[in-house]
Write a protein that binds this ligand. Structure first.
Ligand code: F6P
Length: 346
């Protein structure tokens, strides 16, 4: 019998835990005598036939390392028919039996579409934003929350010393999971997330109410994709530059909020934009375990020919779900968390 050959790729934004997932898939398949390739720079590796062999040696000593040993990109493999044809041609020429694509919303949606076109693919959900539907959590999220929480803790003491409002801008394009979790854990006074646009007046009312109670500082956490209500209209802040999928680059809402809060409340305000610090560096242990679980489960799914699917964490167990189901919508922060945040405000 021919030895089976699988390729792994990482696409979209990186996150802590990717290497643990790559290692998990590889080791599961090596134990069943598969050949495992790592495509370099996401889908670009398939389009340009650039890869490395993944074996015990190349996946050794990487579980604690951030980023991805395969590197990543936002290459649009569905750009046009010629690009799609190249992907299928190279899949065949490389002698592949399937691909395990580790990625977020973009990569998983592309994987679902390529699967529909006939390519055997299994997805693994990853993103610090934790917004992939069907799975309770994605790896990278816990590390990002840890980093944001530590930042909020540190900002508390300087905010209090100077009687200032500190605005912390965290990642979260469509969903405010990082802002919600770090806001709760760090004891933020106001949390602004994409799920609930808020007005400057409403935010300042909370800060002023704190002042009335003798608190002369406040911490505001805002997700970069959050929207502010101006004259009843929800407005976000983004840059003109777009990524290869046409999504505007975010960032800037923190500064906007700090300026407006200072104008309305008179409190001197400062902004801290955490940015890619949340995505870089070593994964916390729970992300290493979760990513390994995703990787090993995806390896099992390859062995069971469960193509067109991805493992999803449901409670404490991994269950295979259809990529086409998991990519219909994003998993946003539910009402219950909005209630929790509201109860804690001020
Ligand atoms: O990984 C998702 C994310 O963290 C989003 O919250 C953010 O908008 C995006 O990545 C930014 O990624 P990049 O700077 O790599 O384009």
């Amino acid at each position: 019998m021919d030895q089976k050959k699988i390729a792994i790729l990482t696409g979209g934004g990186d996150c802590p835990g990717l290497n643990a997932a790559i290692r998990g898939v590889t080791r599961r398949l090596l134990s069943k005598n598969y050949t495992v390739l790592g495509l370099l720079d996401g889908w670009a590796g398939l389009l340009e036939k650039r890869f490395v062999e993944l074996n015990y040696a190349t996946t050794s000593g990487i579980i604690h390392v951030g980023g991805t040993i395969l590197r990543t990109s936002r290459t649009n493999v569905l750009k046009d028919q010629e690009t799609i044809d190249t992907a299928f041609k190279n899949f065949k020429e490389l002698g592949l039996d399937g691909i395990v694509a580790i990625g977020g919303e973009g990569t998983l949606t592309v994987s679902a579409k390529l699967f529909e076109k006939g390519m055997p693919l299994i997805g693994i959900p990853k993103t610090i934003d934790n917004d992939i539907d069907q799975t309770d959590f994605t790896f990278g999220f816990a590390t990002a929350v840890e980093i944001a929480t530590e930042a909020i803790d540190r900002l508390h003491t300087t905010a209090e010393s100077h009687n200032r409002v500190m605005v912390v801008e965290v990642m979260g394009r469509h969903a405010g999971w990082i802002a919600t979790y770090s806001g709760i854990a760090g004891g933020a006074d106001v949390v602004v997330i994409p799920e609930k646009p808020r007005s400057i007046e409403e935010i300042c009312k909370i800060i002023n109410a704190r002042k009335d109670r003798g608190k002369r500082f406040s911490i505001v956490v805002v997700a970069e994709g959050a929207k502010i209500l101006v004259n009843g209209k929800a407005t976000g802040i983004s840059k003109e530059r777009k990524d290869p999928f046409g999504r505007p680059l975010l960032g800037g809402i923190g500064q906007f909020l700090a300026d407006e809060i200072e104008k309305v409340t008179g409190f001197e305000s400062r902004v801290t934009v955490l940015g890619h610090v949340q995505r870089g560096g070593t994964p916390v242990s729970s992300d290493r375990v979760l990513a390994t679980n995703f990787g090993i489960t995806a390896g099992d799914m390859v062995l069971n020919n469960q193509w067109g699917m991805m493992p999803a964490l449901k409670g404490a167990v991994m269950k295979p779900v259809l990529l086409s189901d998991a990519t219909v919508k994003l998993k946003t922060v539910p009402e219950r968390y909005l209630e929790i945040l509201q109860s804690l405000e001020g």
